[in-house]
Design a protein. Structure first.
Length: 332
């Protein structure tokens, strides 16, 4: 029996090369080895974007297209939209009954966001409960493994504590999930900071060859290398970091490294080489994107089938949950 895996992403916009090199590559690998369920968690997006929900629908579509183009295969894994599986909301309600407020107030991501996010009013009930909804996502499928970044570890710890508390009260129904830390190569954006949509420095998975080159061409390099004749230091160059991720030609990388340090090669030539490698990686990605983007019926069928598969698993767990709690058994 394959181990069960759940992970999710909030639909907040187009995904970029950072997502591709981190989470997505990892998710694509995992779909062969595990029984994976990947969710576009639109309820989670509403939690912070409730005052303007106008982008959520389109963002779900973008995320799905990015996932499929990156190589998530609906034949190998289950891809669903969270709100299409109503059991997420139902289990969230059940778990909210037994989750002590202290666990939520103490959560470092909660404290951090309340302090740092000023343009949104986050003083609402569900925002505090973010980790409870996330726990419901995972526990609904009895996932044993959850591939996420280090930033999610506190949420996973809360999910595990919720399982222990639930099982203590009602018997062994839920499964304690384990975190599976995603290896995340360093992918800086065009300005040298971490690639992020909110910094406006992202190269998107869906960028056309022209847009991609324009972003690479104008990307920051070693700031100390002002003139073509100045030697540079690749270790201080964000373009070099992207080479490390997308360029597997070791001989060429050695040449570029030495060329930079001796001013033998200019930044534009180095970027042109990088462009070739990124473009090569993008070929299958763009091919898959075209297939789904131009076939709305196919995309809709896939969304529908994903929801159906997820509902079967989720329905099973919810039945066990309400029976364990001791509610009146449901008509089947
Ligand atoms: N909180 C996660 C993030 O911001 C997204 C998420 C929601 C998630 N539910 C999940 C991740 C369940 C893993 C499992 O990245």
């Amino acid at each position: 029996m394959k181990k069960r895996v759940f992970s999710g992403m909030r639909p907040t916009g187009k995904l970029h090369l950072g997502h591709l090199a981190g989470a997505l590559t990892n998710w694509v690998k995992m779909q062969d080895e595990y029984d994976c369920i990947y969710g576009v968690v639109d309820w989670h997006a509403l939690m912070s974007d409730y005052a303007d929900s106008s982008q959520i629908r389109n963002n779900c579509r973008e995320v799905l297209l990015d996932w499929l183009s990156a190589g998530l295969d609906p034949e190998k894994c289950t891809i669903c939209i969270q709100s299409h599986v109503p059991q997420h909301a139902e289990l969230h309600l059940a778990l909210s009954m037994i989750t002590p407020l202290g666990w939520l107030y103490r959560c470092p991501t909660y404290k951090e966001q309340i302090l740092n996010i000023q343009n949104k009013d986050l003083s609402n009930y569900a925002f505090l409960g973010y980790p409870v909804l996330m726990a419901a996502d995972i526990l609904l499928y009895k996932a044993q493994l959850v591939p996420v970044g280090e930033d999610q570890s506190a949420h996973l710890e809360i999910a595990r504590e919720i399982v222990r508390r639930f099982n203590n009260f009602y018997g062994d129904v839920l499964v304690e999930p384990q975190i599976k830390l995603t290896p995340t190569p360093k992918v800086p954006g065009t300005d040298g900071r971490k690639m992020s949509k909110s910094y406006g420095n992202a190269i998107n998975i869906s960028d056309s060859p022209d847009v991609l080159w324009e972003k690479l061409r104008t990307m920051m390099t070693d700031p100390a290398r002002e003139k073509r004749t100045d030697p540079g230091d690749p270790e201080k160059c964000p373009v070099w970091d992207i080479h490390k991720v997308f360029n597997s030609d070791e001989d060429q990388k050695n040449e570029l490294f030495e060329g930079c340090r001796t001013a033998g090669i200019g930044c534009v030539d180095c970027k042109k080489k990088l462009r070739e490698h990124v473009e090569k990686a993008m070929i299958p990605i763009r091919e898959r994107r075209a297939k789904y983007e131009n076939d709305e019926t196919l995309l809709q069928a896939l969304i529908h089938e994903g929801a159906r598969k997820a509902q079967v698993m989720a329905g099973q767990t919810m039945e066990e949950v309400v029976n364990a709690i001791g509610f009146v058994p449901r008509e089947r």
